[in-house]
Design a protein around this ligand. Structure first.
Ligand code: TXD
Length: 317
């Protein structure tokens, strides 16, 4: 079986980490693209030079010529500008919508059959801009946010309960950002729902509420600490989980920004929901029944996504 080909558009902090993880996991060969072609080429060469030490075979190249991404199986997009301190994700819309429109043109021309994962913020708006501008089928275009948000939620819950992160599952819905909706009743420790754990005295409602707030502000917490740039290790790991599920047809159930056409009462928007990712891309949207409080939070989140989309439409048409 020939090796898979993975194109990384954007060779910044997340792009470089993605390439390293792809090598370590032997997921395929890597082509990195960046407007700064030297950075892409330098990172590709540096990571490939680690391959004899770590024992992986992966061919990596970098540059600023779109034709190099031809025939890619997966494209992961991080191109754009990161959030700086004091800047909200939403402030990024003006800068990044134009970048994504250009990237969409490159992907449409050179690898229209690829499975595309968009990471660039503001995520829910950028993934729709990409899908509309590229014309790729909606099931082959997803946004990465929910895996990261739920990973943060899982970590904080595991720390609160004093158990392994492996045994904590978490469920988040909605847009990426401050309006994200952590679903506590679907979050568990080895199958025991968090509300039951509260009843069992493992934690209190106040502590769980504080964890939900910390999760929703998880990106901002890191931006504040780093002072320049935003999180990149956990975002890269999250996108790799999605790419791996596609490449290996694992059919994992992962929260992703997926195109909704009527599910959850939403039509024509990308919003974070649990989906099954397999060789066909997004093979299924998991639609659960929400209670009134959850529905209200979800609707609020969708309204925030809609606002962003309108803002980006004004900028790139
Ligand atoms: O959950 C999520 N979706 C996110 C999203 C979590 C964390 C960070 N998130 C966003 O990802 C962040 O707000 C940014 O919009 C992207 C990429 O973050 P990263 O930390 O990798 O940013 P960098 O290091 O600035 O890298 C961006 C690269 C940089 O090398 C630029 O030269 C390049 O993008 N760039 C371009 N490449 C190709 N084509 C164009 N037009 C272009 N413009 C800039």
């Amino acid at each position: 079986m020939a090796r898979k080909k993975i194109a990384l558009i954007g060779a910044g902090n997340i792009g470089g980490t993605l390439a390293h993880l792809i090598g370590l996991k032997e997921l395929g060969d890597v082509v990195m693209f960046d407007v700064f072609g030297g950075v892409a080429a330098g990172k590709a060469l540096d990571i490939m030079q680690s391959s004899p030490v770590d024992g992986f075979d992966s061919h990596m190249t970098g540059g600023s010529d779109y034709s190099a991404i031809a025939g890619s199986d997966v494209v992961i997009i991080t191109a754009g500008f990161p959030r700086m301190p004091g800047m909200s994700r939403d402030d990024l819309v003006a800068k990044n919508a134009g970048v994504i429109a250009t990237v969409a043109e490159g992907v449409k021309t050179h690898c229209p059959d690829a499975f595309v994962i968009v990471i660039t913020n503001p995520l829910d708006a950028m993934v729709l801009v990409f899908q509309e501008k590229s014309g790729l089928p909606p099931e082959k275009v997803v946004g990465m946010a929910g895996v990261l948000d739920s990973s943060r939620f899982r970590l904080f819950l595991a720390q609160e309960f004093g158990v392994s992160v492996e045994d904590v599952t978490a469920f988040v819905l909605g847009g990426h950002g401050d309006t994200m909706v952590p679903l506590v009743r679907y979050s568990t420790v080895a199958g025991i729902p968090v509300p039951d754990l509260i009843k069992m005295g493992w934690s209190t409602q106040e502590k769980i509420d504080a964890i939900c707030t910390r999760t929703a502000n998880g990106g901002g917490e890191i931006v504040k600490l780093l002072e320049r740039g935003s999180a990149f290790y956990a975002p890269a790991a999250s996108a790799i989980a999605m790419a791996e599920s596609f490449l290996k047809d694992k059919k994992r159930v992962l929260p992703c920004a997926a195109y909704l056409s009527g599910q959850y009462g939403i039509d024509g928007l990308y919003v974070g929901v649990p989906v099954v990712i397999g060789a066909g891309g997004v093979e299924r949207v998991v639609e659960i029944a929400l209670n009134a409080e959850e529905q209200a939070a979800f609707d609020k989140s969708c309204a925030a996504v809609k606002e962003l989309i309108e803002a980006s439409r004004k900028l790139v048409g």
